[in-house]
Ligand binder design. Structure first.
Ligand code: BG6
Length: 482
């Protein structure tokens, strides 16, 4: 949590009663309120249709109870909620919003500190920003910040346009492009793990590392989001943002300071070093009917809302190279899929084997170099796997883990959105994505979007198509979810 007490102000949510707001934003704000971090912040939920304060408070209260917030917190927090309708007439609604914000600020003695969370469809981001600007809401006597949700563009060209348009209305220092993976404790811990512990950093290079795998596997299918997902697919939905963020944190050099600019600079350097990806090194998959956790699930094409003949992928696996001195020759394997065997986000670092095995004549099948598994979720933690001698005779070795589990060491893990919303309020951009970072990431993947490899099927509830296994150089199935 941020050390400094947060200034008072107003947090404005576009889509205040919408799904993201109910599931993530309001519970996170309530938690920050409860902890005394954002306890002097009022929340304005915006909608097209008139809702009214009472109805909005009821919607919020239901969501907070579901999220497990205690009744006294729900009640106190709800007093700080206000609803406002933008109506359907464009600019007028924004002028009335300006008047409403001023009124709320006057009544509650708040300075003009304002954060806008644009939980709106991607194609509405520019228009919303333009309307805010026309109503004089993009600057104030306090601070004004805007949070933009992913997807940030569909490819390099559209992301460039979106950046340019946003920069017409906001300075880069006002823009917070959110990637919720960066708010996860275990993702933040990657920097600590690497740069606060000299033992790992000294192994973190091509001399010692044979390959790195990053897997984000989900059990869930597309659910009710086919309308969005079918236009997106796994590459845009997960790889271009979440997985690429994990990759930059694993591959980056040590930043000159623990602050936003220095960290973003190193991440951008990694992205610029990624060699063009060969189509041969990419597998796109789509789940067909199968069983997940013993329950029958339909294939992607039979999910509600998926258009017939869809060519969208629900899994991407790829091999890429980070052409830096540190990583030259080390393959990075990235993989993300829906309806996989289990939910697991892991970074697996495969270390090189010993140059000559002392035990090769005594023990057979000794082909297991050391592995570090960083589990981002669930069951957060990490484990280092290495060989030990099994006590007694005959002489045999066994792979054992040296493990650390967050839930055994710490009482609670804040939700990603808690951390991120608090950081926005405190003006810390470290965990947000810079304009250049977005562009560099699209630069890597846009050629694949323009010339996508064919989609191959995989059975729901498995670890993906066999084609993905063949990507791994050893051919021995390097993918290793625990
Ligand atoms: C979102 C994607 O950004 O991340 C979803 O749009 C995905 O498709 C989700 O399910 C995964 O997030 P988490 O935190 O559950 O790993």
């Amino acid at each position: 949590m941020n050390e400094k007490k947060a200034e008072p102000g107003t947090f404005v949510i576009f889509g205040g009663a919408g799904d993201l707001s109910r599931r993530k934003l309001l519970p996170a704000l309530a938690r920050l309120f409860e902890r005394g971090d954002l306890d002097r912040v009022h929340v304005v939920g915006l909608s097209r249709e008139p809702i009214g304060d009472d109805a909005f408070r009821r919607i919020a209260a239901d969501a907070l109870v579901q999220a497990g917030r205690p009744p006294n917190v729900v009640e106190r927090f709800c007093h700080r909620l206000h609803a406002h309708s933008l109506g359907r007439n464009g600019d007028d609604g924004y002028h009335s919003l300006a008047a409403r914000l001023t009124a709320i600020e006057e009544i509650h003695g708040l300075p003009q500190n304002r954060v806008y969370y644009l939980a709106v469809p991607p194609d509405a981001v520019t228009q919303t920003s333009a309307c805010l600007s026309a109503a004089g809401l993009t600057s104030s006597r306090g601070f004004t910040r805007v949070i933009v949700e992913k997807p940030f563009g569909r490819d390099l060209a559209s992301a460039e346009t979106l950046n340019d348009e946003l920069h017409r209305y906001f300075q880069e220092t006002q823009i917070y492009r959110i990637d919720h993976y960066l708010g996860k404790e275990t993702v933040q811990n990657l920097l600590v793990f690497r740069f606060a512990n000299s033992i790992f950093e000294s192994l973190w290079n091509r001399e010692r590392v044979r390959a790195v795998e990053i897997t984000v596997a989900e059990e869930l299918g597309v659910g009710s989001r086919a309308g969005y997902y079918d236009k997106s697919g796994a590459l845009r939905d997960m790889v271009q943002n979440h997985i690429t963020q994990l990759l930059t944190l694993v591959a980056m050099e040590v930043p000159s300071a623990f602050e936003a600019q220095a960290i973003r600079y190193e991440k951008i350097k990694v992205l610029r070093s990624i060699a063009p990806i060969d189509c041969e090194d990419v597998v796109r998959g789509r789940y067909v009917a199968g069983k997940v956790n013993g329950i029958d699930v339909p294939g992607y094409l039979d999910e509600e809302g998926v258009p017939a003949g869809s060519e969208t992928e629900t899994l991407v696996a790829m091999r890429l190279a980070v052409d830096t001195w540190r990583w030259q020759g080390v393959p990075f394997y990235l993989r993300s899929g829906k309806r996989m065997k289990s939910r697991s986000t892991q970074i697996v670092v495969h270390f090189r084997d010993v140059p000559v095995s002392l035990f090769r004549n005594v023990v057979s099948g000794l082909d297991t170099p050391d592995v570090l598994v960083i589990t981002v979720q669930p069951d957060e933690g990490f484990s280092l796997h290495f060989d030990v001698k099994i006590p007694g005779q005959p002489f045999r070795l066994q792979r054992v883990p040296l493990s650390f589990k967050y839930n055994q060491a710490f009482a609670e893990m804040p939700e990603a959105y808690e951390t991120l919303l608090s950081d926005v309020w405190h003006g810390d951009q470290t965990l947000f994505v810079h304009a250049d970072e977005v562009l560099e990431s699209w630069r890597i993947y846009t050629p694949l979007l323009e010339h996508p490899p064919p989609v191959v099927p995989y059975v729901a509830g498995t670890s993906g198509p066999p084609e993905a296994d063949r990507l791994t150089a050893s051919g021995k199935g390097l993918w290793t979810p625990e």
